[in-house]
Design a protein around this ligand. Structure first.
Ligand code: SAM
Length: 337
């Protein structure tokens, strides 16, 4: 069976996303700068819930992923909402395993010119959910039902998609909705919060980030990431020659060391090492590999700053290969997410 998929990305990263899909054996179609890639992938035999065949974590450059269930041209529709409702009902009927939907999310490419379409699409999605309810389509959050995606390529072309909430992004368009308290030392704090919620399931977050755990934050100034970890009760060594804000130090759990993050080593293994040093990706990958080789941390989240657009995917793959090889040589088990 062939299945069509749609993956959303940051506009400008379609090439990388398309290359990732091709690595999985897909044929792809996309337009530069569009913010999404459509691809077709064959699967062996019949599968009752095909939207579970792929997951967002299979991709590095995708923000959101769903299986395309139908495409609609609304240009000649007198009542576009009725047309969408009718198509969704058909989709639900065609997939016998669908007993209910988890939710309906409105999405568009993340481009400037689609902002107004998105706000309209959000209103439309609500009306569609109401009308579907009247036709007996139930919405039951949190029970493994598929999520319905209503994606507008433009103001007249819509795609109806299905995803498993566990295997796709919890946020519409994959854009994290993380509100930071005003005392956060930097907007970077949101970056770490987003990574934590993406990489660690809600069931595990309180055991993998526990009060009293030790963390090292490399490239810590002005202190957003240290502040985030300290707010969860971790004891943080913040390494940076730059200054930390008073807010970052206020918890009493953050110790600032004005030393070089590339040569700093903790006296004892720590639970977490996070790194946001502003330096080239390959250098940071080597630094992380060194921490793995020496078994200096249990878990790590790091920011890999990518270089020229032409080599971005290759750069990520080189970093992945280095980290896996290093772990194997050091007999350390790692899982990359
Ligand atoms: N994560 C931080 C936060 O939440 O506030 C922001 C980090 S900022 C993007 C990058 C930091 O890397 C800068 O503060 C810079 O001083 C630091 N940096 C650059 N080279 C470094 C090095 N060799 N060792 C430690 N820090 C370094």
């Amino acid at each position: 069976m062939d299945y069509k998929w749609l993956a959303l990305c940051r506009p400008g990263f379609e090439n990388e996303l398309s290359a990732e899909a091709k690595e999985l054996g897909a044929t792809t179609e996309y337009t530069q700068g569009s913010g999404y890639v459509l691809f077709e992938l064959s699967s062996k035999g019949f599968t009752p819930k095909p939207w579970r065949l792929l997951e967002l974590k299979d991709f590095i450059f995708a923000r959101q992923l769903f299986m395309v269930a139908a495409r609609l041209d609304l240009n000649n529709e007198a009542d576009p909402i009725a047309a969408i409702v009718s198509k969704v009902r058909q989709v639900v009927k065609n997939h016998h395993t669908i007993k209910a939907l988890e939710a309906i999310v409105a999405e568009t490419p993340d481009t400037e010119n689609m902002r107004s379409v998105l706000s309209e699409a959000q209103l439309v999605a609500q009306q569609i959910a109401d009308r579907l309810g009247r036709f007996g389509v139930r919405f039951i959050p949190g029970r493994g039902a598929p999520r319905l995606h209503l994606f507008f390529e433009n103001d007249a072309q819509a795609i109806i998609g299905l995803s498993s909430p566990q295997l796709s992004s919890p946020w519409p368009m994959g854009a994290a909705r993380i509100k930071l308290p005003s005392e956060a030392p930097s907007r970077s704090a949101r970056k770490l919060e987003e990574a934590l919620s993406l990489f660690i399931s809600p069931d595990e977050i309180y055991t993998r980030l526990k009060p009293g755990m030790k963390a090292v934050d490399l490239g810590a100034a002005p202190g957003g990431w240290s502040w985030t970890l300290a707010n969860r009760g971790l004891v943080v060594t913040a390494v940076d020659n730059g200054k930390l804000t008073p807010e970052a130090l206020k918890t009493g759990l953050v110790t600032h060391l004005e030393v070089d993050g590339f040569t700093y080593r903790p006296e004892k293994r720590v639970d977490w090492m996070v790194c946001d040093i502003v330096a080239g990706g390959p250098r940071v990958a080597k630094l992380v590999a060194n921490w793995i080789r020496r078994g200096m941390c249990g878990e790590t989240i790091f920011n890999l700053k990518l270089g020229s657009p032409a080599g971005r995917l290759a750069e990520v793959r080189r970093a992945q290969t280095l980290l896996l090889k290093t772990a194997k040589e050091a007999s350390v088990h790692i899982s990359l997410v």
